[in-house]
Design a protein around this ligand. Structure first.
Ligand SMILES: Cc1cc2nc3c(=O)[nH]c(=O)nc-3n(C[C@H](O)[C@H](O)[C@H](O)COP(=O)(O)O)c2cc1C
Length: 312
């Protein structure tokens, strides 16, 4: 999730689940080809399985970036066909590609030609007025024929004019039944449902109709939710927030030694103890930018003491 997630966040989420697939935020072909390539492709071996998400609309550039991602060690390349931001629309990719199934099919086939890892697509139900089920089926059919075997479907349409990206994640209603119908219509396609999943019961009921769940905001705000899902559906072991913190502190220690700033890592664990005694103090201490600037891990110990002290 752009501006929210990064490799540190993925490391923290990996501590919550061994098998859940993690994704990078959307990385544009322009940034990857002309920008800080090493930084954009960097990830820890602990993150696997990890997919990189690319944003772009030129088959050659997407193929070149897919090859870079494969060489860098990513397990999957996902094509963003869901982002509605005005900047992305100006670049003519993201959600506006829902209106161009043939072009998305060209992207997928150009990429599958040059890499062995799976090329997958994340999309919406539609955009603007172009959002009937027949169009969605035509889109899905085109990308499936081009070699996409897994589709991540955000169960709402995007409105390209008049709504901000944040509103586009809230205002258009969720239509889960349309995702279920895609699953029925394309039995060979793996269909993963995304959008608005915040509790285990909802996850369980969706899983009767689709092949998997993709979690965005709830995973970011409450990494433990991913653990709950992994325990329920993947047979993983339960972990406590303290377990996660223990692993994350060890990670932060080694990253600090490499020159990573403490604030860039602590920002991802602010919600870890939500609802527990001391959570507010924990969050407040780890949001103190003056103290974070010292890059001294003892601030994290102090924050943890708040939890222990209040839990006692
Ligand atoms: C801050 C933010 C950034 C996002 N960036 C991306 C992105 O880079 N790529 C993407 O496919 N979706 C992005 N999304 C959308 C989420 O992946 C997801 O589709 C959406 O939030 C609905 O799922 P949820 O209800 O589980 O959060 C972003 C969402 C947020 C809140």
């Amino acid at each position: 999730m752009m501006a929210w997630t990064d490799r540190h966040c993925r490391y923290l989420l990996r501590l919550a689940s061994v098998r859940t697939k993690l994704f990078t935020e959307m990385i544009t072909t322009g940034a990857l080809i002309h920008g800080p390539q090493e930084r954009l492709l960097r990830h820890s071996p602990a993150e696997h399985p990890v997919a990189i998400q690319l944003g772009g609309s030129e088959p050659d550039a997407m193929a070149r970036c897919a090859a870079m991602a494969e060489t860098a060690g990513f397990d999957e390349v996902n094509v963003n066909v869901g982002c509605p931001s005005p900047r992305v629309q100006r670049g003519a990719f993201g959600a506006c590609l829902m209106k161009e199934p043939d072009l998305v099919a060209d992207l997928v086939s150009a990429m599958t030609r040059v890499v062995r890892i799976p090329i997958t697509v994340k999309c919406r139900l539609g955009v603007d007025e172009a959002d009937d089920q027949a169009r969605l089926e035509a889109f899905v059919g085109a990308v499936a024929d081009a070699g996409c075997e897994t589709l991540y479907l955000h169960a709402r349409k995007a409105l390209l004019k008049g709504l901000s990206p944040a509103q586009n994640r809230e205002v258009p209603p969720l239509q889960y039944d349309r995702v279920y119908r895609i699953r029925e219509r394309f039995p060979d396609l793996t269909v993963i449902l995304n959008g608005g999943i915040t509790d285990l019961a909802a996850g369980r009921s969706h899983l009767e109709k689709v092949d998997g769940l993709m979690i965005g905001r709830a995973a970011y705000h409450q990494p433990l939710f991913i653990n709950q899902l992994a325990v329920a559906f993947l047979g993983e072991d339960p972990v406590t927030p303290q377990d996660l913190m223990e692993g994350y502190v060890a990670y932060m220690r080694s990253e600090l030694a490499e020159g990573t700033r403490l604030a860039d890592m602590t920002r991802h664990c602010l919600g870890l103890f939500s609802g527990m005694p001391g959570a507010r103090h924990f969050r407040r201490l780890l949001s103190d930018h003056r103290r974070l600037a010292a890059n001294d891990l003892s601030l994290v110990d102090e924050a943890m003491d708040q939890i222990v002290a209040r839990a006692a």
